[in-house]
Design a protein around this ligand. Sequence first.
Ligand code: MG
Ligand code: MG
Length: 629
Amino acid sequence: MKTSIATVSISGELPDKLAAIAAAGFDGVEIFENDFLAFDGSPADVGRMVRDHGLEITLFQPFRDFEGMPEPHRSRTFDRAERKFDIMQQLGTDLVLVCSNVSPVSLGGIDRAAADFHELGERAAKRGLRVGYEALAWGRHIYDHRDAWEIVRRAQHPNIGIILDSFHSLARKIDINSIRSIPKESIFIVQLADAPLIDMDLLYWSRHFRNMPGEGDLAVADFTAAIAETGYDGYFSLEIFNDQFRGGSATAIAADGHRSLVYLGDKVRRRPASSGLTLAPMPERVPVRGIGFIEFSADADDAAALTTILQTLGFSRTARHRSKCVDLYEQGEIRIVVNTEEVGFASAAHAVRGTSAYAVGLLVDDAPLAMARAVALGAEPFSQAVGQGEVEIPAVRGVGGGLIYLLDGKADLGRIWEIDFEPLDDGGKIVPAGLLRVDHIAQTVAYEEMLTWLLFYSSIFDVEKSPVVDIIDPSGVVRSQVIQNSDGSLRVTMNGAENRRTLAGHFIAENFGSGVQHIAFSTDDIFATAATLKANGFQPLQISPNYYDDVEARFGLDPELTERLKADNILYDRDDHGEYFQLYSPTYGEGFFLEIVERRGYRGYGAANAIFRIAALKKNLRPAGVPRS
Ligand code: MG
Ligand code: MG
């Protein structure tokens, strides 16, 4: 599978874009005319720069409003084409993209367009160049790849072919089976883009909301499979226009792009009849069986505070690491590791971020296979020295530079808590509060990073992503999307913060980046848990009494239930599947907090309650301008 990306997909100046594209592992690049016009160098300089990076120019674009023009426009259009051909020859590329005409003066008629292309083919052939025709979804006469193909077919010229773009075909819901009958020699290049499903003007949707395959909702894999069935073995090139990417780093976006193509290629290759696609083999998406542990980095003082919180929540310290300052706390199936080492990665993470849940251990069937999948998709492996006889857990870097450990039940990895840890008896002082499992982990990320991490999780692990939900913070909107597996044993909510006045934005600004902002534990009896927590001295987040009037009216709750909710500061929500109860801690540090939930069939995350609990959570944040104590 040969990979390419259009320069327009990435932010920055042309030299930075090319460096990022090459570093991400692409084979080729589409040069957008604007990128090249903004650059202080000749077309030959640009061509050299591209080749110095080991890249091929896959095409030059766009050439607009060509076919079907009446005179005198027609002659001028051919002159314009000759000038583009000059540039292409200096750049060192043989393919130009002509997109279907949107000009109001253009005339329809398939034979007229075919005749124009035949003549353009003659002119291109004299220079050894090729012309690819693409149907824009908003073209004036041609907006369907089937019509574009009919024009190419009637043009009857080997230097004229079709360019297929997943966005244009899928946005118009054109039957992709029609691709299977196009001969592969006539497909000059394939452009790929995904997009979230939004009902809006096609041009606006395309210019602002395209994203990488797998990041949106379009059937890009079906489209690609249809192409692969033709035997096409040319470039798959990303052409993405997205406002969210403009704020992101060129390196990160290029890396996402490459990951998206590898993920797509792997998905398509697993289907029958995709003969055209060759790709290095890799294991399938990794099923996650649960969360094995969550690890906090802390210094001694913070650890004491954290330990107190854990104990009021009913966690007992059950083991201590044999050689490191690392303690294990347990309740139900939940394992919390508190790392106060003064050397190593946890300590470095603490130095930058303060106390944080910097590592998560995921339970998988086969850790080495999971690792192979992650690395094939561009995840960065992590390892650090372990003591003699201790177990090394395979790991990759995750959100905000944190770690994802991969644990399986095999050999030493399955016995890590016995091998590396010494059991402790805390004397039965701690009263468990009925916390069973980690219900979800909430990661707060900068808005422009959100798609990066959604793609990271969904390409490596066997999870699905939810549509975007807006979380209303009193100071702005936070975008939220969830990735979860089929049995709910892995649920990660991803919150994208656009401004620092929101609780999520404050967390990112003050913690120097993205990370885990809250962890939710599940109980199957929220009221019993609340009673135990109270007895343990836990201070829940105080919810405004007005909330309870509202929730009672909204859901028609029994006043007795409302009173119980109010007495325990429990939030309530309901969906088509059932009820949801939420109990929050106040914020600790720069906005980290804990949550306890009971699901009675409910499938969401309490988005409707967010504005109430965020207002409450913000009350105990350090106000802006007050130094950290
Ligand atoms: Mg296109
Ligand atoms: Mg939550």
